[in-house]
Ligand binder design. Structure first.
Ligand SMILES: [Zn+2]
Length: 508
């Protein structure tokens, strides 16, 4: 069945809530492992089926299809989900505190209680209301970002309210600061702000100077035109590539194309620079949303999203629990970004003899994004704890961080004073603290890229190990599974980036 043939039906939210409260009581009264296990799995199924329905309409909403209707349905999700997820978290907590916790871990692996360990269920009315408000504000933010002419004042207003709402939400849940809640919501357990501070320093030391030097030299490294006529030609080239790459990717792309699991058409109410991969539970299918404009780098973005989809699909086949079909972003982004490099041997199909130009544009883009993301990360760590969070102070903070990490994009004083110099990066509103994970993942991606050059077959085997494991292990254990180094250990950043910098400068 094609995606467009899937029928949307609004989940019966009241029924789901009632069922969840019944599950909660049954979990509390269960008398054996078999009993508690079966109730818990039924509870998971209930959520998975709800999310299945929700994803169908959410994909239409992001694609700008039947926008008024789909936006209304997504609003319904935002209103109902906080309570539903709060009861789900309570159920998980009951299981974790039960005498059967060890048996659960034995059967389902080390990750099943990780989330309940740090996330406090949002069960008080204040938290539920604030959570719902946060979701509404995120929607408003997305709406403004989808406009052809973004109103900076309006955008700042939403942005500011979002930060305020999150601070209050963290307070209502008893967190010391929103940073702590943000980490928990991101399922970040393996490293903390200390590691991130050192990591950002490494990037600032090794990557910022070389990017500055290249920028100052005035050489234009952009790759702007694609040889592909239209989005149809893109899909066909991508299909040929994946079929040749491996049996697994061949089967995967066949399904994606047959079921039309992508939307590349620009549309009103669809964000112009949107590239994302949604995951449809139950059917275990990905869906890629992109906006085809013919820009030269877009094929890489499309392949990136297809890489997410491939990893999700592979994990879904190998991991029984839906929540383990994906890992934390610092792993998920390894899946997608490494695929951009497995694409290199096929570049001729996309750029027709301009491989060198494409590769140097690609490497440069990746490298210059590294310090930019560090700036965003430091901004996020600072803004939720600022004493004076006036518009001027927020703009000053962002200007200082740009000067530190990306001096080539330093604003002039007038722009900062105008109150318009705040980061427009959607991740800050959409998924706080996510953005730096692209950087952390990039270290492993370049490690994979190095391996590909020496032994592509081994690189692919390690890559498949990572995809199959999904989110069933902790971050560091997943790295071990795929024979990857710890990005936070001494010298890793320098050791892995040095050959990349050499390759790039050799191509200029
Ligand atoms: Zn991605």
């Amino acid at each position: 069945m094609k995606f467009s043939q899937l029928i949307y039906e609004r989940p019966d939210y009241e029924g789901i809530k009632n069922n969840l409260y019944i599950y909660r009581n049954r979990l509390l009264n269960a008398l054996s492992y078999e009993e508690i296990r079966s109730v818990w799995l039924d509870m998971k199924k209930e959520i998975e089926h709800m999310e299945y329905k929700e994803q169908i309409i959410y994909i239409r909403y992001l694609s700008g299809i039947d926008f008024a209707e789909s936006a209304k349905e997504v609003e319904m999700q935002n209103l109902n989900e906080p309570e539903i997820y709060a009861v789900r978290d309570e159920c998980d907590l009951i299981v974790r505190n039960s005498p059967y916790a060890e048996e659960f871990e034995k059967e389902f692996g080390e990750m099943i209680f990780r989330r309940t360990g740090s996330l406090k269920p949002a069960k008080n009315p204040d938290s539920l209301r604030l959570k719902s408000e946060e979701l509404q504000l995120k929607m408003q933010y997305k709406k403004i970002m989808a406009c052809p002419n973004i109103d900076g004042d309006e955008l700042f207003g939403i942005f500011d309210r979002l930060i305020e709402t999150r601070i209050r939400l963290a307070e209502s849940l008893g967190y010391k600061s929103y940073v702590e809640l943000g980490y928990a919501a991101q399922n970040r357990y393996d490293y903390g702000s200390e590691e991130l501070r050192n990591f950002r320093n490494d990037i600032c030391r090794f990557i910022t100077p070389i990017c500055s030097e290249i920028k100052q030299s005035g050489i234009d490294l952009r790759y702007q035109k694609s040889i592909l006529e239209d989005s149809k030609a893109l899909v066909s080239a991508v299909k040929n590539m994946f079929e040749d790459m491996s049996e697994e990717t061949g089967e995967y792309i066949k399904e994606v194309v047959e079921k039309e699991l992508y939307d590349l058409k620009p549309r009103e109410n669809k964000r112009k620079n949107l590239f994302t991969c949604c995951m449809i539970p139950v059917e275990k299918l990905p869906f890629i949303i992109a906006n085809y404009s013919g820009d030269g780098m877009e094929m890489g973005y499309f392949v990136h999203e297809l890489g997410h989809g491939f990893a999700f699909r592979t994990a879904a086949i190998n991991q029984p629990l839906y929540e383990m079909h994906r890992s934390s972003p610092s792993v998920n982004e390894i899946h997608s970004k490494t695929m951009e490099h497995f694409m290199y041997p096929y570049l001729n199909m996309f750029v027709g003899g301009k491989e060198k130009e494409y590769i140097r544009a690609h490497l440069m883009q990746q490298l210059e994004n590294m310090p930019y993301r560090c700036a965003v990360d430091e901004f996020e760590h600072t803004v939720y704890n600022m004493e004076n969070r006036s518009r001027k102070e927020i703009c000053r903070l962002w200007a200082d961080l740009c000067e530190k990490y990306t001096p080539w994009a330093k604003p002039d004083k007038k722009t900062v004073e105008s109150g318009m110099f705040f980061p427009y990066q959607t991740h800050i509103s959409e998924s706080p603290f996510y953005y730096i994970e692209y950087d952390i993942a990039q270290v492993s991606v370049y490690e994979f890229y190095g391996k590909m050059k020496n032994d592509c077959k081994r690189a692919w085997e390690d890559y498949m190990k990572l995809c199959r494991a999904g989110g069933s292990k902790s971050y560091f254990n997943l790295l071990k599974t795929a024979n990857l180094s710890n990005p936070f250990s001494n010298n890793t950043v320098e050791r892995i980036f040095r050959p990349i910098i050499d390759e790039l400068t050799g191509l200029i």
